[in-house]
Design a protein around this ligand. Structure first.
Ligand code: NDP
Length: 494
């Protein structure tokens, strides 16, 4: 029978005997400033607090630059600049002109794509292959896509009356810093709103480069304001009474705080929170492709992905084969210098996140699951974790229930379709899922029964600006991307 024809002895020793030559991306074209100020009302200004904090490269833990810590007074200035720009310029401008600015930002980002990719890799620890081939092009595409909608809002929502909301407060996380900024800013501008955005404290640099690009584009002062800072800066934006819309991507805990804070204020809210997504492999799946999809699902961006396929469910009849092939594949993954083009898995974003992942690995071992980690060597310095998987995982186990946000996969088996639907849905989260099978009917059956905002079939982690993204349950509400993402920045009436 085909299913068990591969025996243990057929494993390949990928790590024996040869290696890639180093292929580091040059950083010579990047000139980081020693200090980055706030971008308010079209100017780069010192923070009211006079305080700055350091941002480091997680691959070396060396300081890259200092960034400003915006306090409530800075938030006040930014929101009033955004309000003034909204009332006097942006809402008065023709939609066609608004679209031109957004196109211009996209083109300028493309021109500085290499610099953006290198800085993203330095600041976030993600591999250069990913920043160069995924994050930066997708971020540009979001601006291009929404630029196209700016003067077509009445076609986007036919027979409805649409109007902009006003000032949007946007708070973004550290896992896709530039891309999340694009997801937030592009639809807000296309819909006619002005923006106050706060990047995460560990990854502020590409947001500050984006501020430079926006400045260079000639966008009227105050239309986009970028404030670096900590959680208190984010909270001040959320709580500001003159903010009309809050868009947040980050942890479920902070999402809950924000939801409480805006309750009863009339502010429109979208929350894109955590996840613990199921990736399901049936026995009729193309196993080799599924193994690639599993690897991409959990190890892409070091597993710092809200929709990471962190819970793998494999049909019992093919479980041995899938797990053996996965272990083989894990051993081929390169963990190391994020700037090296051979690297598959870069650095963990921060020491705090590193400790948190390590803690979960220990929890998994203590809970009795069997751990396997790749045999690869790790750099002596910096924050690196080997790709890790756990088998013999119980459904109730913490590593199967809680978001680890790192390169750690839990594996469970199932026999029937009903069983896997129950197991996959048995989670407080509902962001994404993957299904690997030969049968279209099974895919359609599962997509209607899995409580997940996005279900990928025979693929994983595919993103496109035209496609809405968002979750159920504790993964949040509202959608970003596509027309749904545009609607989140509009008042839509009959
Ligand atoms: P947070 O939710 O704390 O941070 C997200 C953003 O919110 C950051 O810009 C943060 O600022 C800001 N923030 C923090 N507190 C507040 C507040 N009270 N009001 C408004 N804004 C606030 O995520 P973490 O960075 O701490 O990551 C913790 C966990 O969250 C991860 O382990 C992961 O599980 C999950 N996560 C999920 C993401 C997703 O895409 N769904 C993305 C990132 C994290 P600052 O950076 O200064 O704290």
């Amino acid at each position: 029978m085909a299913k068990n024809k591969h025996k243990k002895t057929e494993s390949f020793d990928f790590n024996g005997g040869w290696d890639y030559s180093p292929s580091p991306e040059s950083t010579s074209h990047v000139k980081l400033k020693e200090r980055y100020e706030l971008y308010i009302d079209g100017k780069f200004v010192a923070p009211d607090s006079g305080k700055y904090f350091q941002t480091t490269n997680p691959a070396t833990e060396k300081v890259l630059a200092e960034v400003a810590h915006a306090n409530e007074a800075d938030v006040e200035k930014a929101v009033s600049a955004a309000r003034k720009a909204y009332e006097t310029v942006w809402s008065k401008l023709s939609a066609k002109e608004r679209g031109k600015y957004i196109y211009r930002i996209a083109r300028l980002m493309q021109e500085r794509a290499r610099e953006l990719a290198v800085v993203e890799t330095l600041d976030a620890g993600k591999t250069i292959r990913e920043s160069r081939d995924v994050d930066v092009p997708l971020a540009c595409n979001h601006f291009f896509y929404y630029a196209g909608w700016a003067d077509k809002l009445e076609y986007a929502f036919p027979n409805r009356k649409v109007s902009s909301l006003g000032v949007a407060g946007q708070i973004i996380p550290w896992n896709f810093p530039l891309l999340m900024a694009a997801w937030k800013i592009a639809p807000a501008l296309a819909a006619g709103n002005t923006v106050v955005l706060k990047p995460a404290e560990t990854t502020p640099l590409t947001a500050m480069l984006l501020a430079e690009i926006i400045h260079e584009s000639g966008l009227p002062a105050g239309v986009v304001n970028i404030l670096t800072g900590y959680g208190d800066t984010g909270a001040a934006i959320v709580n500001h009474p003159d903010v009309n819309k809050v868009a947040f991507t980050g942890s479920t805990n902070v999402g809950k705080i924000i939801q409480k804070a805006v309750a009863g204020t009339g502010k429109k809210l979208t929350l894109e929170l955590g996840g613990k997504s199921a990736n399901i492999v049936f026995e009729d799946a193309p196993i080799d492709q599924a193994v690639e999809g599993i690897v991409n699902g959990i190890f892409f961006n070091q597993g710092h992905v809200c929709c990471a396929g962190s819970r793998l469910f494999v049909q019992e009849s093919v479980a041995d084969e899938v797990i053996r092939k996965l272990k083989d594949r894990l051993d081929t993954l390169y963990v190391g210098d994020p700037l090296d083009k051979n690297t598959d898995i870069g650095a963990i974003n921060s020491r705090e996140q590193y400790e948190s992942i390590k803690k979960y690995i220990e929890i998994g071992k203590k809970e009795g699951a069997e751990m396997y980690e790749s045999k690869c060597s790790l750099p002596k310095n910096g924050l690196f974790i080997r790709p890790t998987l756990f088998t013999d995982v119980a459904q109730s186990s913490r590593i199967a229930q809680e978001e680890i946000f790192g390169p750690v996969l839990t594996i469970q088996t199932f026999r029937t379709i009903d069983e896997v639907i129950q197991k996959a849905n048995n989670s407080p989260y509902g962001l994404a899922a993957g299904v690997w099978t030969d049968k279209g009917s099974r895919i359609f059956n599962l997509t209607t029964k899995l409580r997940a905002g996005v279900v990928w079939a025979n693929t994983y982690n595919k993103f496109d600006p035209t496609s809405p993204f968002g979750g159920y349950k504790e993964s949040g509400f509202g959608r970003e991307g596509g027309l749904h993402g545009l609607g989140a920045y509009l008042k839509i009436e009959n």
